[in-house]
Design a protein around this ligand. Structure first.
Ligand code: AMP
Length: 216
């Protein structure tokens, strides 16, 4: 059983890296942001509660977030373990998590703010299959269309200059201390997220003592 948390500022590649790790090691990938986005897209009651907060780049209240995480983990479909992305984001969430689950590692993807800005403002998602693109490094073949399913590409509502500035501010104020808390328990591996996707994956596996990706 392997239980990981992946932490990093927006655009650091948390989604991409945790999916690669989860796919290869049969872990369940749990993204709190994706769960909220699903609710917003499907106009659920929870979606209505979080939509504005998300669009402004602010954090959803701890009680609600903790409930979503607890309900998801209580499905117990994670026979080989899990990778949780986007949680914990502040001290209280970290304490809640540490009380309930023994973690095998916290993966910290480290990316300077200037690079975050460059990446996030170029990010596009497919409305059909959720595939993500980047207009700098990973352009779709046909502008505005997904290479995989032909779906329309859109920008996340919170990938704007204003919302990004707010998310960066909150990240440094609230999430940096979480890393400190984890570091004291020696859980954290920090990986330079400026490298390419495969290299970041390789480095984080080396640091966690995990089998390397099959292709390398
Ligand atoms: P993400 O996809 O991880 O960037 O999350 C998108 C948005 O969902 C965030 O900007 C928050 O509004 C909300 N959110 C996701 N995870 C959390 C969390 N752990 N605590 C509070 N809000 C969260």
């Amino acid at each position: 059983m392997r239980k990981y948390v992946i932490v990093g500022v927006q655009g650091s590649g948390k989604g991409t890296q945790s999916l690669l790790l989860a796919r290869d090691l049969d872990l369940v990938h749990i993204s709190v942001g994706d769960i909220f986005r699903w609710h917003v897209q499907h106009h659920t009651k929870l979606g209505a509660q979080v939509r504005r907060i998300m669009a402004a780049g602010e954090l959803v209240g701890d009680d609600l977030v903790e409930k979503v995480v607890r309900d998801r983990l209580e499905l117990h479909d994670w026979n080989f373990g899990f990778v949780v992305e986007g949680f914990p984001r502040n001290r209280r969430q970290a304490e809640f998590f540490l009380e309930s689950y023994d973690l095998d590692g916290v993966i910290h993807l480290d990316l300077p703010d200037v690079e975050v800005r460059r990446r996030v403002l170029a990010r596009r998602l497919c409305a059909g299959c959720g595939m993500d693109y980047n207009l700098i490094a990973d352009r779709p073949e046909v502008e505005g269309r997904c290479d995989v399913c032909g779906g329309e590409l859109f920008s996340r509502e919170d990938d704007t200059e204003e919302a990004l500035a707010e998310r960066l501010r909150i990240y440094h104020e609230k999430t940096d201390p979480v890393l400190e808390l984890f570091r004291r328990k020696e859980y954290v591996v920090t990986v330079d997220a400026r490298a390419g996707i495969d290299e970041v994956q390789r480095n984080l596996r080396l640091k966690l003592g995990l089998p390397l990706p099959r292709a390398s």
